[in-house]
Write a protein that binds this ligand. Structure first.
Ligand code: ASP
Ligand code: MG
Length: 418
C-alpha cells in the first residue's frame, strides 16, 4: 500500500481533481487522503464565527457561497449539469446544524470541529464519486469512524492503538484496493467529530501509512519539494533534495510550512519514507525525507508569524526559578498556549508564544497567580539553521530584534513584525 496526500491547493478546482486522477492512474494499492478544496476551511471558519455570534444569516450566506463553489467544480468535472446527492445532504446537515442548534460558548472547540469537518467530507465525496465515474473504483472511508482521537477538540492527537483495528477493518471489508479518506478529521471516544489542527491532513496521512504499514507516503504540493525558505518571504529560496526525520521535525516545529509537525513520528516508527512532490509535474523527484540523508548544505530560514511575547516576573521579585516555571507552564498549558522560545534572566521569564483565542485569559490568570506580565503583540520568530555571517548581519542586528538565542549552528530571533 502507498499513501498519497493531496492538499487543498492541489484540488482547488476541476483541473486539480483531473490532475489527481492522472497522478494515481497506474496505482493499484493506494490510500488517498484529501484536504478541503482550496480555501474551504477558512470559509468554514467564517461560518463558525458567524454561528458563534448568533448570526445565522451570515452563516447561511457563507455556506451558500461554499456550496456554489463546489457545484461549479462538480459541473466542470462531469461536463454537464450534475449534482451528487451525498454532497447535497452534507450541506443540508451543515445548514441544519448552524440554524437549529443553540450555541454554547463552553463548547466552542467542539462546534468548530463539527463545522469545519464538512470541508473534507465534501471534498472526498466529490473526488471519490469522480474517480468512480472516471473508471477508478474506490471506497470512501469515513475517517470520523476509522481514526480515533483523544477527547480534545480543535487540536486532537490520534490514538493510533485504538485506530488500528478500526482502519484495518474498514480497508479489509472494502471491495476495492483504492481508498479515499478525509485528512484533518477523526472521532473522539464520545463519538463527536474532532480535528487535528490546521494543516493536519499530513498527519492523518502519516497515521494511515503507519497503521497500514505502507511502503511510502507522498504529499503532492504546489511547490517542487521542500525549499530552504518560504519563497514568498525569502525570494532566493532553493530546493533541498533529501532531509532526515529529525531535521524535519526541527524545521516543522520552528514553523516551516513543509508538513504538519506531528507527521514525522508515525512514519519514523515504521521507517516509512515521505516524499514531498510537485503536483504539477509527476516526473520531478521532489524531496525525500527518511531516517538518513545527505547533509543539508544551505542555510534554512523559517519565519513563524502571529507570535506574542510574554515577559513574566514574579511580583515579589524573587527569582523566577524552577518551581515558578512549573506553575507558569502548567497555566499556559491549561489555556492551550504553546511556548516556541523560552528565555530567562534572574527575575524575568520571556516566552514567545503562538497567539490564540485564550491569550488574554492566560495573562489574567498569570497576574492573579502573582506575576507581573507584559504582553507584546505583533511579533515574529525567525529561525536560521546553518546561519552565515552575512545572514547574522542581516537579521540579528536589526533594531526590531527583541531577543536572539544562538548555538553553533542555529540562531533564533524574536522580532517585531515588519
Ligand atoms: N483543510 C485543513 C486546513 O486547511 C486541513 C489541511 O489542509 O491539512 O487546515
Ligand atoms: Mg487545507
Amino acid at each position: 500500500m502507498k499513501v498519497y496526500k493531496f492538499g487543498g491547493a492541489s484540488v482547488k478546482n476541476a483541473d486539480g481533481v483531473r490532475n489527481l486522477r492522472k497522478i494515481i492512474d497506474d496505482e493499484q494499492q493506494l490510500f488517498i487522503i484529501v484536504s478541503a478544496m482550496g480555501k474551504t476551511t477558512n470559509a468554514l471558519e467564517r461560518v463558525f464565527m458567524a454561528a458563534q455570534q448568533h448570526d445565522a444569516k451570515a452563516a447561511l450566506a457563507e455556506i451558500a457561497s461554499i456550496r456554489e463553489q463546489h457545484a461549479v467544480i462538480i459541473e466542470e468535472l462531469w461536463h454537464k449539469p450534475h449534482t451528487i446527492e451525498r454532497v447535497e445532504e452534507l450541506f443540508a446537515d451543515l445548514e441544519q446544524f448552524v440554524t437549529a442548534t443553540v450555541y454554547d460558548p463552553a463548547e466552542a472547540e467542539a462546534w468548530y470541529d463539527r463545522i469545519v469537518a464538512y470541508g473534507e467530507l465534501v471534498s472526498t465525496t466529490i473526488i471519490s464519486e469522480y474517480l468512480n465515474y472516471a473508471g477508478l473504483p474506490n471506497t470512501w472511508i469515513d475517517m470520523r469512524r476509522a481514526i480515533r482521537t483523544e477527547q480534545r477538540h480543535k487540536d486532537a492527537e490520534v490514538d493510533i492503538e485504538a485506530s488500528t483495528p478500526l482502519l484495518r477493518a474498514a480497508v479489509e471489508e472494502a471491495p476495492t484496493t483504492i481508498f479515499v479518506g478525509q485528512g484533518f478529521i477523526g472521532g473522539a471516544p464520545d463519538g463527536t467529530t474532532t480535528t487535528l489542527g490546521r494543516e493536519g491532513s499530513d498527519y492523518s496521512a502519516a497515521v494511515v501509512a503507519h497503521i497500514l504499514d505502507a511502503e511510502s507516503m507522498a504529499v503532492w504540493k504546489d511547490v517542487d519539494g521542500v525549499l530552504n525558505a518560504d519563497p514568498k518571504i525569502f525570494p532566493d529560496a532553493v530546493q533541498i533534495a533529501e532531509l532526515n526525520y529529525l531535521d524535519t521535525i526541527e524545521l516543522a516545529y520552528s514553523g516551516a510550512q513543509i508538513i504538519h509537525p506531528r507527521t514525522i513520528k508515525p512514519l519514523q516508527n515504521k521507517n516509512i519514507p515521505l516524499y514531498v512532490r510537485p503536483f504539477g509535474d509527476k516526473r520531478k523527484p521532489g524531496t525525500v525525507i527518511r531516517g538518513m540523508s545527505a547533509k543539508v548544505d544551505v542555510p534554512i530560514l523559517i519565519l513563524k508569524r502571529d507570535q506574542v511575547l510574554l515577559t513574566i516576573r514574579s511580583r515579589d521579585l524573587s527569582f523566577v526559578l524552577e518551581e515558578k516555571f512549573a506553575k507558569i507552564f502548567a497555566l499556559l498549558e491549561q489555556f492551550r498556549i504553546k511556548a516556541n522560545l523560552v528565555h530567562n534572566s534572574a527575575v524575568n521569564l520571556s516566552l514567545c508564544v503562538d497567539r490564540n483565542w485564550h491569550i488574554d485569559e492566560a495573562v489574567a490568570a498569570l497576574r492573579k497567580a502573582g506575576f507581573d506580565v507584559m504582553k507584546t503583540e505583533e511579533m515574529e520568530l525567525l529561525t536560521i539553521r546553518g546561519y552565515t555571517d552575512e545572514l547574522w548581519r542581516k537579521y540579528a542586528r536589526s533594531p526590531k530584534v527583541f531577543i536572539k538565542q544562538s548555538t553553533q549552528t542555529t540562531v533564533r530571533i524574536v522580532r517585531k513584525k515588519n
